[in-house]
Write a protein that binds this ligand. Structure first.
Ligand code: ATP
Ligand code: MG
Length: 483
């Protein structure tokens, strides 16, 4: 007997007609069929015989791997002349089919005068979270960026018309760490709710298909990296009030995530966005939790991105992990974030990436409180290091009233193409070497910062190598061993 959800213990999936009729009824798939799969078509030899229409004699075969958990996979193989369509896409060979997918046999639209109408919703009770295709719910707009694991697209929710950002792992699923990173990002963001942290809207997990699509709040702004590149090209620098404003909001976000038991693990100007002031006071939004760690998942292998924002002790701790398989504690990865926060502030003040040893003389001219806080966050010994929570109580930040500092619009204008700031070259090279190629040719559809950044990347790729990657150094100034 079927339960309330329409499933019975013997039925592993069914096809619900979009337009039921005498000839087109619900098709239930029963367990004994799962091994060879079930065949559908007009011929009497099929497991399920379709009445007439545009359906072939042997039209399709649907197979299930028999797993009743999140690893369940159902595939459809098309063998027809007119085709089978899943969520509007014609199946070429074999295609995975998800709970909620619209499956059309013979035609994806009803053919006038043609009865019966073989369009169905596929229902399958197993599989992880929402297993429907993300494209059933969202239409994709222009890509806004690409990192080492995936693309970020601007998307529109079909039912509400609201604009969101979609981070998809589709670009680079072959990299072994892509899926854990995307999964970890989703897990961390599910636990966080703070105005200075990019909010999660929903997640589409496809464990079997190795895809994770994360729908995020759309941030109408630019990264701090882009903000400083633009300003450097114009030799305009942020004043101390503006740095304090960015620092306060960023510190609030980090202190909050740390009290929630989550470390970010990859803080740098590229992963901190600032909204465009044309819509009100700029808001900081911390993004990219792909390398985060959370108390709920303390055993997740610590992944590490080596940038000039990495804490000096992080590399040794990760070397230890490789030998002992004992992961650094969440507490130690929070200390990495505290260092990175200091390094980001140092960058905003000096427009230099904080190589090691850090040249604090570049901070001269800034207030004593600012210098003291940055020095405290950049304390080489993690035990003595100022924490993000502590920074909020520091005199430089404690009296700050956020969202009242002016940021002129011209600060947000893109740098002219090709204007790579020498002090940033080392870091940019590092990221680009790791990043997948991304070729997006419709420049008209992307924002000015993406165009400017792309022009920089292209200039570097086409021309001779213009910058030498800076060798990482230990605190004592000796070259650091890179494994
Ligand atoms: N929610 C968002 N809204 C608008 N743009 C975003 C959003 N999230 C990220 N971006 C843009 O996309 C870029 C890449 O995003 P993100 O840093 O999350 O991924 P990633 O760099 O691919 O990850 P990784 O650093 O692991 O390679 C960001 O630097 C930012 O420019
Ligand atoms: Mg990133």
């Amino acid at each position: 007997m079927d339960d309330e959800a329409g499933y019975s213990p013997q039925i592993w999936a069914y096809l619900e007609p979009l337009v039921p009729s005498e000839d087109v009824q619900r098709i239930n798939f029963y367990e004994p069929c799962k091994i060879q799969g079930v065949t559908l078509g007009r011929g009497a030899e099929n497991d399920f015989v379709f009445a007439g229409g545009a359906v072939s004699n042997t039209h399709a075969n649907i197979q299930w791997n028999g797993k009743c958990d999140q690893t369940s996979v159902v595939t459809l193989t098309d063998s027809s002349s007119n085709g089978t369509f899943i969520d509007g896409t014609k199946v070429e060979g074999t295609h995975q089919v998800f709970d909620g997918s619209i499956v059309c046999f013979g035609s994806k639209v009803p053919v006038i005068g043609q009865i019966p109408d073989h369009r169905y919703t596929f229902r399958h009770p197993y599989g992880r979270c929402k297993s429907e295709s993300v494209f059933l719910h969202y239409t994709t707009g222009p890509p806004m960026g690409a990192g080492s694991h995936g693309y970020i697209f601007r998307v529109t929710e079909r039912t509400t018309g609201r604009v969101w950002a979609m981070k998809t792992s589709r670009k680079n699923v072959k990299r072994s760490e892509t899926i854990p990173c995307a999964g970890q990002e989703a897990m961390a963001l599910m636990l966080l709710n703070h105005q200075n942290i990019c909010k999660l809207h929903e997640v589409f997990f496809r464990v079997a298909g190795d895809l994770v699509d994360i729908i995020l709040e759309f941030i109408d702004g630019i990264t701090l990296q882009n903000l400083t590149i633009s300003n450097n090209a114009r030799t305009v620098v942020l004043n101390e009030d503006q740095v304090r404003e960015i620092g306060f909001q960023t510190t609030s976000a980090i202190a909050y995530m740390h009290t929630e038991g989550i470390s970010h693990g990859d803080l740098k100007p590229d992963n901190i966005m600032i909204t465009h002031p044309k819509n009100g006071p700029p808001m900081i939004k911390v993004v990219d939790f792909g390398l985060s760690r959370s108390i709920g998942y303390p055993n997740a292998p610590p992944l590490f991105s080596r940038t000039s924002y990495s804490a000096p002790e992080a590399e040794d701790q990760l070397d230890q992990f490789k030998k002992t398989h004992i992961a650094p504690t969440i507490a130690s990865s929070k200390c990495w974030d505290d260092w990175a926060l200091g390094a980001v502030l140092y960058h905003l003040f000096t427009y230099n990436h904080p190589g090691q040893p850090i040249d604090m003389s570049l901070m001269s001219g800034r207030s004593a409180e600012a210098i003291a806080l940055v020095s405290g966050l950049l304390a080489p010994n993690p035990v003595a290091r100022t924490t993000a929570e502590g920074a909020l109580l520091h005199p430089w930040l404690s009296g700050h009233r956020p969202y009242h500092i002016e940021f002129p619009l011209e600060l947000f204008e893109p740098a002219p193409p090709g204007s790579v700031v020498p002090s940033m070259a080392a870091d940019s090279e590092m990221q680009d070497a790791d990043a997948p190629d991304f070729e997006m040719d419709d420049d008209a559809e992307v924002g000015p910062h993406v165009r400017a950044r792309r022009a920089q990347v292209n200039t570097r790729r086409q021309g001779p190598r213009r910058f030498v990657k800076a060798a990482p150094r230990n605190l004592d100034g000796r070259p650091r061993k890179v494994t």
